[in-house]
Design a protein around this ligand. Structure first.
Ligand SMILES: [Zn+2]
Length: 305
């Protein structure tokens, strides 16, 4: 179940690894932060809040910037932070991007779990979707909706991918994002790419750090090239949902709403957040209040016994 109060880390942690795009050895430290401060990025002596950052999305990763300072490949770390329900944290970055690790969000999630979360004396603030927002690009379409009858405390994701020409095919997934479902269903799903695209991307100076250690790579004929195979038969659509959690976190608050996505990508997800911000009254920031009893809450257990 999601925390009703804000949270921070019990102790600071550092994660080191290779940057997907630069191939450089990079490190990120996560440090406790006071209530109501949200996610703050620290680069040297400079600091900026996620809520004030500009998003620079590409087909391959999400960068965030404030002025001339930019941090690339933030999406899997932000996904893990929001997936576990961590509200206040300083993300200190040493290097041009966040490490890719194994291409999933699980290593980040496990580090956060080991560090431990502590509740803070402030009610959690969430961004509640009030009006529908729809973005289409060719045959691709994403939309944000109010939760309606659903759980008024969580983000629901309904996502479908269609890679007709590859072994992936059509895959779909529906999930209410809580720390439990996030860890089990989404966090272990790795990023993926196609061998035929690798050369083109490398010639643009991208994915210098990519390998079978940090991505699922598909060949048009042979299918999955990774010797260990897939973690789930539908790992691809699960990773798309993991990316959605990270991309939607760019609003700066946990989002309460329903996200319906057909063939989504970072650019489309970020456009949905930009449109949500542009439309007057499309969302409201409010305290997560009046929690309804859910299956694992003590209130419901007491009522049933
Ligand atoms: Zn991703």
């Amino acid at each position: 179940m999601a925390y009703a109060s804000e949270t921070t880390l019990k102790r600071p942690v550092t994660i080191k690894g290779i940057g997907l795009h630069t191939g450089a050895c990079v490190a990120v430290s996560l440090e406790p932060a006071p209530p109501r401060s949200g996610i703050t990025f620290a680069l040297g002596s400079e600091r900026f809040a996620l809520r004030e950052a500009t998003v620079r999305s590409t087909e391959l990763c999400v960068g965030i910037a404030k002025g001339k300072k930019e941090i690339k490949t933030v999406e899997h770390l932000l996904s893990a932070i929001f997936g576990i329900g961590l509200t206040n944290v300083v993300v200190r970055v040493q290097g041009p991007e966040i490490p890719i690790l194994d291409g999933s969000a699980l290593p980040f999630f496990e580090v956060l779990e080991r560090a431990g979360l502590v509740r803070q004396p402030a009610r959690k603030q969430v961004a509640v979707v009030l009006k529908p927002v729809v973005v289409t690009l060719g045959d691709r379409r994403v939309s944000l909706w109010p939760r309606g009858d659903g759980d008024p405390r969580t983000l629901r994701i309904e996502v479908e991918v269609d890679f007709a020409r590859s072994t992936i095919g059509r895959q779909s997934l529906e999930v209410d994002v809580t720390p439990g479902t996030y860890r089990q269903v989404l966090a272990p799903a790795r990023t993926f790419g196609f061998l035929e695209d690798v050369e083109a991307m490398r010639s643009k100076g991208l994915i210098k750090g990519a390998s079978l250690e940090n991505a699922v790579v598909l060949d048009a004929d042979a299918g999955v090239l990774n010797p260990e195979g897939l973690r789930f038969p539908d790992e691809f659509v699960r990773h798309k949902a993991l990316d959605i959690v990270g991309d939607l976190s760019l609003v700066g608050y946990p989002l309460v709403g329903r996200y319906v996505a057909f063939k989504p990508g970072h650019a489309l997800n970020v456009m949905a957040i930009e449109r949500l911000r542009d439309i007057q009254g499309a969302f409201v920031i409010q305290d997560l209040d009046h929690p309804r009893a859910s299956a694992d809450s003590p209130l419901l257990v007491a009522a049933m016994s």
